[in-house]
Design a protein around this ligand. Structure first.
Ligand code: ATP
Ligand code: MG
Length: 468
């Protein structure tokens, strides 16, 4: 920290940080000890790093600042994974970073950051931050009575920056000065042991930011790490705190949980930690009351398919994902409305709206995703309608493909739609032949809204797929 103060003086041409903490001025006896892992002991190589990240690191260093690769990138490189993004930590303030890079913009209020933009790649540069417990309510940092951290812009030393991070594995710093890894919290050993451990006192850290509970589930799923006992213990107890987190942030986290190639593992961790009932409350409730387990089977198959598509480099859509995640809730709501005697088509619309409206209060699902999600659901009964005109209209529906994939997925829960799946598979290959066969067979297609009281899962609009 003294070094940092000295450097600050040397760089008198740059404006000083917004606010320096006491620890910048005095040595802190409680500062965590540095464990330095030299280059020949760790496997993090510059060859594996983004060239743009390296440019940023070098340029910061040449400008007189310290610069480290930090967070997920170091962790991932240590275990031989390709990082998703490359984040940089520095003692330069965001304004100083902006003055060094022409291609830089400053973002964020809750957490002010510099983005250095290289075409489609953005290197995020964060100034070391302090997490001083006794400066609550001061200008740069705002903590609510509940312990929640809502603003965190107090700059500090690298040691302070390390201990305000979430997990030890995420608090490793790769130095561009000598290519060593700096570890203040035992993260290196934890990465070796594939352990996810919160830094500090777990309950306080979750209260400060309940989203860390989701991050524990997500990182355990993504990395195959074990959540260490003291880190795991408070989660089921504190899960309800997530209700107060911003729905926009929870939506983003949900996307990262389920659209990053480890959806099944994420789901299992969320369930195990009691987080599913907070993130997707109606689905969790519907799954609990679905005795046959058919809805769960279908949901898991949907997540398995999502993971497989990502592994094969195929596109995945948030609308389809949410159609899968909320299908149990939709089936449940539909069954309830139909039990109340609501006409099938009306019940479908109302169930779709009810489920969507309730879910957006938890995860802010944008309309560009919720509308196609609802279409996928509402098209399901139309697969039972096979008159020539309807077949053609259905095949040219912009949401046909997604709705058909969804119908196929429902086979995981029940065989009731096997005929429909076979028919529409054929119809896509040869629409004329498919509709002609139907016309000849004289099959009378049921109307989408004609059977509110049929209870078999194949009935259009019926409480589907073994929801009981
Ligand atoms: P991923 O590989 O999925 O990007 P990540 O660990 O890099 O995982 P990011 O969201 O990119 O996750 O965050 C970058 C770093 O910022 C983390 O490694 C961690 O050090 C820190 N961080 C992120 N979120 C929090 C949080 N809620 N509380 C404390 N530190 C956090
Ligand atoms: Mg990251």
């Amino acid at each position: 920290m003294r070094t940092m103060a000295r450097r600050m003086r040397r760089r008198a041409s740059f404006p000083l940080p917004l606010r320096m903490t006491d620890s910048d001025r005095q040595p802190d006896p409680a500062a965590p000890a540095l464990h330095l892992i030299p280059r020949d002991v760790h496997g993090v190589s510059r060859k594996q790093m983004s060239r743009n990240a390296l440019k940023v690191l070098y340029h910061l260093r040449e400008s007189g600042f310290s610069a480290y690769l930090v967070g997920g990138a170091v962790r991932d490189l240590l275990i031989g994974r390709m990082p998703k993004d490359f984040d940089v930590a520095t003692d330069a303030t965001p304004e100083q970073v902006k003055s060094i890079f022409r291609n830089c913009r400053l973002i964020g209020r809750r957490f002010r950051l510099a983005h250095v933009v290289f075409g489609r790649e953005i290197i995020e540069v964060a100034t070391f931050r302090a997490n001083g417990g006794d400066d609550d309510g001061e200008e740069g940092r705002e903590v609510l009575e509940s312990g929640r951290l809502v603003r965190d812009n107090v700059y500090g030393s690298i040691e302070e920056d390390a201990i305000r991070r979430d997990f030890t594995a995420n608090a490793l710093y790769y130095s561009i000065a000598d290519f060593s890894v700096h570890d203040y919290v035992g993260g290196f050993a934890d990465v070796q042991a594939r352990t996810l451990r919160l830094i500090g006192e777990p309950e306080a850290r979750y209260r400060e930011d309940p989203v860390r509970m989701l991050r524990a589930s997500r990182l355990a799923a993504k990395l195959g790490f074990t959540v260490e006992a003291a880190t795991a213990e408070p989660i089921p107890r504190l899960a309800p705190l997530l209700k107060d987190s911003s729905p926009a942030r929870l939506f983003e986290e949900t996307m990262k949980l389920f659209l990053a190639g480890h959806a099944v593992a994420s789901f299992e961790h969320l369930e195990r930690f009691g987080l599913l009932s907070v993130l997707l409350p109606d689905t969790a409730q519907a799954l609990a009351s679905n005795k046959s387990g058919a809805l769960r089977k279908m949901l898991l198959q949907g997540l398995r398919n999502t993971d497989a598509r990502l592994a094969a480099g195929e596109p995945v859509s948030p609308a389809f994902l949410f159609a899968v995640l909320l299908w149990p809730a939709y089936c449940h709501a539909l069954a309830q409305l139909q039990a109340q005697g609501v006409h099938a088509a009306e019940a479908q619309r109302r169930a779709a709206d009810r489920v969507t409206l309730r879910q957006v209060t938890r995860t802010a699902l944008p309309r560009r995703f919720s509308l196609p999600m609802q279409e996928i659901w509402l098209l399901q009964p139309r697969f039972a309608l096979r008159q020539r005109k309807r077949v053609h209209r259905m095949l040219s529906h912009p949401r046909f493909r997604a709705a058909f994939d969804f119908l196929e997925l429902r086979l995981a829960a029940s065989n009731a739609h096997a005929n429909d799946v076979a028919f529409w598979r054929q119809a896509q290959k040869d629409p004329e032949a498919a509709s002609a066969t139907e016309a000849q067979s004289g099959r009378c297609a049921p109307k989408a809204s004609s059977s509110p009281d049929r209870s078999d899962a194949s009935a259009p609009g019926a409480p589907s797929d073994g929801d009981s």
